[in-house]
Design a binder for this molecule. Sequence first.
Ligand code: GDP
Ligand code: MN
Length: 302
Amino acid sequence: GSRPPIRHFQLNNVTTTGDPIGNEERVLILTPMVKFYQEYWDNLLKLSYPHELIELGFILPKDRNGAIALKKLDAAVKKVQSGPKKNRFKGVTIMRQDFDSTVSQVEKERHALKAQTERRAAMARARNSLLFTTIGTETAWVLWLDADMVETPHSLIQDLASHNRPVIVPNCFQRYKENGVDAIRPYDYNSWAESDIALDMAKKMGPDDVIYEGYTDMPTYRPLMAMIYKENPGTDIHEEMELDGVGGTALLVKADVHRDGAMFPPFSFYHLIETEGFAKMAKRLQYKLYGLPNYLVYHYNE
Ligand code: GDP
Ligand code: MN
């Protein structure tokens, strides 16, 4: 009989550089998705990184929301993958969760402090399942992109990769109307630098307790990237700041950081969870994390 083929790979040949297009580096875009937003999809299709170098991965909850989103996602994927060659992605994986996520998806309830641990743990498990089933031998970069990210520069991947950092995160804002006038405000508070106050807080906590950012009854005095954005025109969008916690709304990670073992703890890890726990894990692996306070990407406004 014929023996199964043995595949050899030299991970040394998978480069991650500041010139990912020139080096034909594969990017895996991963999206946990409760709801399908057309604006997310339209923005994704407009990314100017060569689609033949991009693989997509999605994970949807097993409940009714997941079923509704899946139908729309399936149709959108079929359309692009059977359309003009230059728009087609290298590959697409769609997964359905095998565990329940019971938490309400209404913005206000979602953000209530007591709902956080359960919700963030479910999201962490969803991210881990998605990551461990889709990362491949040729994956150079992983771009985490939430399903409700509706607007980014088309050159997002090149722009972030050009910094050639192990982990890099843009600043996630939200558009809204103030007295009928277009305005923007910070959305994601999970990208921050550590503070002594938060470290002291952590020392006094029980082993399962988690610190959450952006809640007034838990003031950490951490410098938040969301608050560091400078609005004046001519501001350098490529200005960097070093971070200790990151959000995952849009987040570029060298695949080796994940391969080395950095994942999204669905439990208290140094009193951090999910993407913030991932940041801590990457740091424990000796990687540095960076944010771009003046490089904005936009979250949907419910
Ligand atoms: P927020 O913006 O921080 O309030 O977080 P979201 O509720 O928007 O969740 C972040 C991302 O994870 C979004 O893309 C959601 O669609 C997705 N998401 C949230 N909860 C779950 C879940 O339980 N399962 C899956 N598969 N995706 C989820
Ligand atoms: Mn969101």
